[in-house]
Design a protein around this ligand. Structure first.
Ligand code: MN
Length: 281
C-alpha cells in the first residue's frame, strides 16, 4: 500500500475549511498546525458563513477563486457554504481525496444544539458523509483575536491520532476548547451533546427606511447543561477540553425498539392506534 506504515500515511493530505471565512485567523492557525502533520489543502467560504448549518448551493453555480491565507498559504475561496467547500475539496479541486478533513478553528464554541446550526460542525459532517475521517474544532473565547494556542495543541494531537486510527464510518469528532486554558493542557474529556442547552430566542423588531418589517435574532444560551460535566457545554464551562463523537445516522433505534418495531418492518395504517410495532396483516 502506497506510503503506508503502521497504519499511517507517510504524508497525509489534510483538507481544512471553516465557516468564519477564508480570512479568519482561526483558519490560519489551523493551517499552520496541520502543516506539521501533512500536506495542507485549504478550501473555505469567501466570507463569514457561520450559522449556515449543512446547507449546500444547488440553484446557482459555485464560484471558486485562488487566494492566500496568512503568510502565503495557497487557498481556494468559495462563494458558497462550508459543506460546499468540503464537497469541492474532496471531489473536484484536487487529484486525490484527503485523508482527513478538519474544520475550524471556529471563533466561538459549538456545543449541544449548536451542532445543528453550525457550519463548522456541518463541514466535518459533510466530510464524514463522504467517507473521510473528520474533526470540527471550536474555541470558547472572550477575545476578538485569540492565539488559539490550546485549540492548536488539541487539534494537532487529535488529528495525529485520527490519522493513525481512523474513525468509525459516519462519525465526526466535535471538539470544543476553552481558550486560554487556566493551566497547561494535559487531558481531554469525552462528552455527549448537551441538548438541554436552549436559546432564549428573541427577535428585535424594527422598521426599515421603506417602512418594512425587520426582525433581528437576539439569542442568549440558557445553559441547562452547565451543571452536568458529562455534556459538552458542562465540560467547557468547567474549563475542560470537550470531545464528542457525533454520528451522521440520526435514526432513533431506541424509540423503534421501545415500540417493539424495527427498521424494515411494515405496519397497517389502521393499526397505528394500537401498538406501533404490531406486524402488518
Ligand atoms: Mn463560525
Amino acid at each position: 500500500m502506497k506510503g503506508r506504515s503502521n497504519g499511517r500515511v507517510a504524508r497525509p493530505r489534510i483538507l481544512i475549511t471553516n465557516d468564519d471565512g477564508v480570512a479568519a485567523p482561526g483558519l490560519h492557525a489551523l493551517a499552520r498546525e496541520m502543516a506539521q502533520l501533512g500536506e495542507v489543502r485549504i478550501v473555505a467560504p469567501d466570507r463569514d458563513r457561520s450559522g449556515t448549518g449543512h446547507a449546500i448551493t444547488v440553484h446557482e453555480p459555485l464560484e471558486v477563486f485562488a487566494t492566500e491565507v496568512g503568510e502565503g498559504w495557497p487557498a481556494f475561496a468559495v462563494r458558497g457554504t462550508p459543506a460546499d467547500c468540503v464537497k469541492l475539496g474532496v471531489l473536484v479541486l484536487f487529484d486525490e481525496p484527503p485523508d482527513l478533513v478538519v474544520s475550524g478553528i471556529n471563533a466561538g464554541s459549538n456545543v449541544g444544539i449548536d451542532v445543528f446550526y453550525s457550519g463548522t460542525v456541518s463541514a466535518a459532517a459533510e466530510g464524514a458523509l463522504l467517507g473521510i475521517p473528520s474533526i470540527a474544532v471550536s474555541a470558547l473565547t472572550e477575545k476578538a483575536w485569540p492565539s488559539f494556542e490550546a485549540s492548536r495543541q488539541v487539534v494537532r494531537a487529535l488529528a495525529d491520532w485520527v490519522l493513525q486510527h481512523g474513525l468509525p464510518p459516519g462519525v465526526l469528532l466535535n471538539v470544543n476548547v476553552p481558550e486560554p486554558l487556566s493551566e497547561p493542557l494535559k487531558r481531554l474529556t469525552w462528552t455527549r451533546l448537551g441538548l438541554n442547552r436552549r436559546y432564549r430566542d428573541t427577535y428585535r423588531r424594527f422598521e426599515g427606511p421603506d417602512g418594512r418589517r425587520h426582525f433581528w435574532l437576539m439569542g442568549d444560551p440558557d445553559d441547562g447543561d452547565q451543571e452536568d460535566p458529562t455534556t459538552d457545554a458542562g465540560a467547557v464551562f468547567r474549563g475542560l477540553v470537550s470531545v464528542t463523537p457525533v454520528h451522521s445516522d440520526r435514526t432513533d433505534l431506541a424509540t423503534l425498539t421501545r415500540w417493539g418495531a424495527r427498521p424494515g418492518q411494515s405496519l397497517l395504517l389502521g393499526c397505528l392506534d394500537g401498538r406501533p410495532g404490531r406486524p402488518a396483516g
